[in-house]
Design a protein around this ligand. Sequence first.
Ligand SMILES: *Cc1c(COP(=O)(O)O)cnc(C)c1O
Ligand SMILES: [Zn+2]
Length: 553
Amino acid sequence: MSFVIRCLDCGHAAPFTPNSMQCPKCNSQWREAEYDLNEVNKTFPSELANRAFDLWRYRELLPIHNPNPTLRLGEGGTPLIQAANLGNMLGLPNLYIKDERQGPTSSFKDRQAAVTIATLKEAGITEMVAASTGNVAIAYSAYAARAGIKLWAFVTSLVPGVKMREIALYGSQVVKITGSYDQAKKIAAEFALQRGLYQDMGARTITAVEAMKTIAFEIAEQFTQLNGGAKDSKWKTPDWYIQAVSGGMGPLGVYKGFLELKKLGLIDRIPAIVPIQADGCSPMVDGWRKGLAKAEPVLSPSTRIETLATGDPGRTYTMLRQRVIETNGVFESVSDEDAFRAMHVLAKLEGISAEPAAGVAFAGLFKLVRSGVIKPSDSVVVNCTGHTLPAEQFLFGDNWTRDVNLSEQFAQADTPQEGLLAALNNVTPSRFPRVAVVDDSGEARRLIRRILQSQGDFEIFEAVDGRDAINLINKEHPDIVILDLMMPEMDGFAVLDVLRGNPKTANIPVIVATAKELTVNEKSRLQGQIQSLMQKGDFLNDEFLQEVRALIG
Ligand SMILES: *Cc1c(COP(=O)(O)O)cnc(C)c1O
Ligand SMILES: [Zn+2]
């Protein structure tokens, strides 16, 4: 497929590199994927009939070259369900629910994680940071686990324990911030910057917005099918798209998806976009009501629906407002109680148990029908955004999160920036144990990295052969070396001789990892030279990690 990344501020077009997060010309972080639609038209939509109903069926319109099939968990392709009972109650016969609970981790964030992790994997990235009100981190954790990418998840202490455990279950590091979600985002950004790590940036993450487009593509295909099929090769669209919003990335992507279908000539009309917020954190709705193009941040969100607690939507609101105006949509807000009631009604009438955040969208629907904004003859799709599953409470011992209390840090600091940095020092020690992994097999190196990363915090360096290992070890001074013996040219025995012969490296502990039975002669060569000998198959048990820890501890 052919596409460029277009800067929304200066118009500069650049190729897509997932780990460069700003415009190379003006440094703006607001950019968008732009596809060569003539090129897309050659295979899309004609090829769709031959493809599975999942997110990757729209690959011409996704920013990835070779999606890796081994990372997939069945993302996208969720059903569009006609809600006859609820429609009956509301006097709205054309009511549909896009059931995003049916994604791999039960929220629509699976799309964002699937596409983003696929591009990161393609770019060789092995560690990343995400701030989350829960579901983003859960979705990223699942895909990161599959891809062997280590995830640092910054969540606020208000995120329900069940969600935090779910994040930890996948082996991600949970950093619990006692503070607002906006503060957690700032800390995560600083942490990522200091350590040079890839960071999810919400609506500024190109892959995230692109992933959300697939909701629009699916709705258009499914709505067409449920309403008599395509006519004159045109797809049909509903009148309204309703979604509960926090940062607003979902509707931004959904709009872009419909817009691309329109540019391709597949649809005539983009549905009216309706973002719904919780009353206790509704900066977009407040801005909308006051006629402001820029939202005033809510500094202390007061909703129990933590998933929707973005107090400062920044530019996303400004962009979303334009889309809402253009499509004749509307912003609306509802109380927590209304959302809980709507959840209950949805479950009782339609057999769909959703989480409170999704309840917000349904409460918004009820309000707009009651006030006459949505008419009985209108067709409506509500995004049932999620219902994440709880992980077993007794799965973990204590201390599986890192806790940072911002109010304490800020009370002691002179400036907010100082408070932030002081807080960050609590997240991690400034230095992690440094591990050099020497193995000529990429697969073996990845396995060791994955085992280490899932169990703790290590700074990991890789060398692909003996000579590379010597250079690396002299340069990085690791605390420990994990060394393969059988490598072409300079093997592990030779590496050991060089290391032990140099006073600077003579005392670095070495764990030898070997795939084969050693001869008596080989064993005697290692005698006194190494700290531990491991069969490669033994890596998966705790012994390996205990050994590593003991040697660096
Ligand atoms: C993230 C999330 C939302 C809000 O989505 P945005 O489009 O990013 O504002 C709504 N519901 C659920 C279940 C979510 O996880
Ligand atoms: Zn630019």
